[in-house]
Design a protein around this ligand. Structure first.
Ligand SMILES: [Fe+2]
Length: 357
């Protein structure tokens, strides 16, 4: 059992395999993400070729709608003045603190029950298990994103095309994902991707190694300059807005250039980020760091191996702690055994008892 006292284990909908992975066969058919045609017969063919894919109905529509409702309720319950029925309340002062890209980073939101329910959905976990050919996965403690249709009071969201992978570490390393909760068409904001860019990533960084780097807080982020954008275009790559319905999962290779845009239509964009990685690719020290992040209800960005852990959940508003700042989620997560494994803690505990993972 976990040493985490606030986590309650409930019954499972399906039998749970042992936390100990079978290392003899797992991952043998892990996707290559090499841009070549494949014959899986599902979203993986799109993903391998294009560097991104949409998994339709990863979450059933009724539950996707209830999660969208939970998202709106969460923002209303800060009681700062925002209400979903009044577009005039889409004001910075009436909402929890978020950045210009729509990300709510603080307040322990990543560990809210509704966020855990979304990232623990069977159809979401299963998509990543297929990509990695491995069911023993851990999940990022990443943030949520709201792109309001009515955002006159929000700072401009300028394009920031980037890849989320250190160019000095080529090859497929990380599959990112987001679960879309509202209808998301061409004018509803959201993810923009450079189709097929994953497969040319190594060539790009080889040929553009002379290009000055846009400053970044982590070497795992690479921003495309105008010359870099020209290179992508001159190699025939095109940018596409990814459209999705409620409950659809969008996945993309971290090497695929991408960014997000604000809605220009009438519908808010609601998304929860979730990224999974096989636990067997993660070291013990990383799992220790991840356990600490879980117990303190901190975020890990999109990296499931807790490469980065936020220092605090306290939101800063105009240079001071937000009056409704909080260190822990409003609703502490209660996880099933299957979902709790995604924290990595059961695997770590097995390691600590001397088993190999
Ligand atoms: Fe990104």
């Amino acid at each position: 059992m976990s040493t985490t006292t606030t986590t309650t284990i409930t019954s499972l909908p399906a039998p749970a395999p042992s936390p100990t992975p079978n290392t003899t066969t797992k991952g043998q058919n892990r996707m290559l993400l090499d841009g070549q045609p494949t014959n899986y017969g599902d979203f993986r063919d799109d993903l391998n070729r294009d560097g991104y894919a949409v998994i339709k109905g990863a979450i059933p529509l009724d539950r996707a709608k209830s999660y969208a409702d939970a998202f709106y309720t969460y923002m209303e319950d800060f009681k700062l003045g925002y209400t979903r029925t009044n577009p005039q309340t889409v004001r910075r002062g009436q909402l929890p603190v978020m950045n210009e890209k729509g990300m709510i980073l603080d307040y322990g939101v990543t560990h809210e029950q509704w966020v855990w329910d979304i990232r623990g959905e069977e159809g979401v976990v299963d998509a990543f298990a297929r990509v990695y050919d491995d069911e023993d996965l851990i999940v990022s403690f990443d943030v949520v994103n709201v792109g309001f249709a009515n955002r006159e009071d929000m700072p401009e969201n300028k394009p920031w095309p980037h890849q989320d992978q250190d160019p000095s570490k080529p090859g497929f390393r990380c599959l990112q994902g987001l679960i879309n909760l509202n209808p998301n068409g061409p004018h509803d904001g959201g993810l923009i991707v450079c189709k097929g860019g994953h497969a040319l990533s190594s060539q790009f960084h080889h040929e553009m190694a002379h290009e000055e780097r846009i400053p970044a807080w982590t070497p795992e982020w690479y921003g495309y300059t105008s010359a870099g954008m020209d290179w992508l275009a001159s190699h025939g790559l095109k940018w596409e807005k990814v459209c999705a319905g409620p409950g659809d999962l969008i996945v993309w290779d971290s090497r695929t250039p991408h960014y997000n845009v604000a809605p220009t239509g009438e519908v808010d964009r609601l998304a929860v980020y979730a990224c999974f990685m096989p636990v067997r690719e993660v070291g013990r020290g990383e799992l220790v760091r991840k356990r600490d992040a879980y117990e303190r209800r901190l975020g890990t960005t999109h990296w499931p191996n807790a490469k980065h852990v936020s220092k605090s959940n306290i939101a800063m508003r105009d240079g001071k702690p937000c009056p409704v700042a909080r260190e822990r989620p409003v609703e502490e997560p209660v996880l099933s055994e299957r979902v709790f494994r995604l924290t990595g803690i059961p695997y770590l505990e097995e390691m600590e008892r001397g088993k190999e993972v």
